[in-house]
Design a protein around this ligand. Structure first.
Ligand code: ATP
Ligand code: MG
Length: 202
């Protein structure tokens, strides 16, 4: 049977091999560039992750822009925190959820108006991080033109990071993205009758 010393020695060797492998991969990653991140899927954590990156960026003194394409029922903590922050420009689409408004023409007009803010941010090299929260729905519903959106993303400043959130990200968007995470809905408290909780859900 393996002694305690042998077990510890085997563990040490395995960790050394792992460290060498990780160090080699870190040494090989030498590119700096503005990233396009897409956070999609049916699970919870897309927008909150995007705002986590805004918090990190602001911590580093980077100028950020946020455009929220769907305005929720509740005043979000991220809006309360960041909208008055000198490093953050924050725009919220001025209609409610699409299933609340039931007004396609009005929604399209609101989407276009909101997109104009996004375009401005995507043209501004001073803005280092842009969040386009719930943008995918504007594409799924056909409220915004795919080509126009993809072109603006492709033509942004080369060092600008963009984070797009929302379910059902389409293949074209995924194709031009650098990092794509699909968050799986394993469980959500809402389905057990728990109402939205401030700080966690909004
Ligand atoms: P969050 O903003 O919490 O990161 P999200 O951006 O991933 O969530 P959205 O689809 O934008 O998810 O939904 C926003 C709201 O709906 C949040 O209050 C969130 O907790 C809730 N929610 C997200 N996913 C689910 C789900 N699978 N079932 C029920 N409610 C959900
Ligand atoms: Mg969201």
């Amino acid at each position: 049977m393996e002694t305690r010393e042998q077990r510890n020695e085997r563990h040490k060797k395995a960790m050394q091999r792992k460290k060498q492998h990780v160090d080699e991969r870190i040494a090989a990653a030498v590119i700096d560039k503005g990233l396009l991140l897409v956070l999609t899927g049916n699970g919870k954590g897309k927008s909150s992750s995007a705002f986590g990156m805004v918090a990190r960026s602001v911590g580093h003194g980077l100028r950020c822009g946020v455009v929220q394409f769907i305005k929720g029922q509740w005043v979000c903590g991220e809006h309360l925190l960041f909208s008055s922050h000198p490093l953050v420009e924050f725009y919220v689409m001025n209609t409610g959820f699409t299933w609340d408004t039931q007004d396609r023409e009005g929604d399209i007009a609101a989407a276009e108006k909101t997109w104009a803010h996004a375009e401005q941010l995507l043209r501004n090299p001073e803005v280092k991080v842009v969040v386009l929260d719930e943008l995918t729905y504007m594409l799924t519903y056909g409220y915004l033109d795919h080509t126009k959106v993809l072109d603006a993303l492709k033509q942004r400043p080369t060092d600008q990071h963009v984070i797009v959130t929302g379910r059902n990200a389409n293949d074209q968007l995924i194709a031009i993205a650098d990092t794509v995470s699909e968050i799986n809905d394993v469980k959500h408290a809402f389905n057990a009758g728990v109402r939205v909780q401030s700080g966690i859900d909004y």
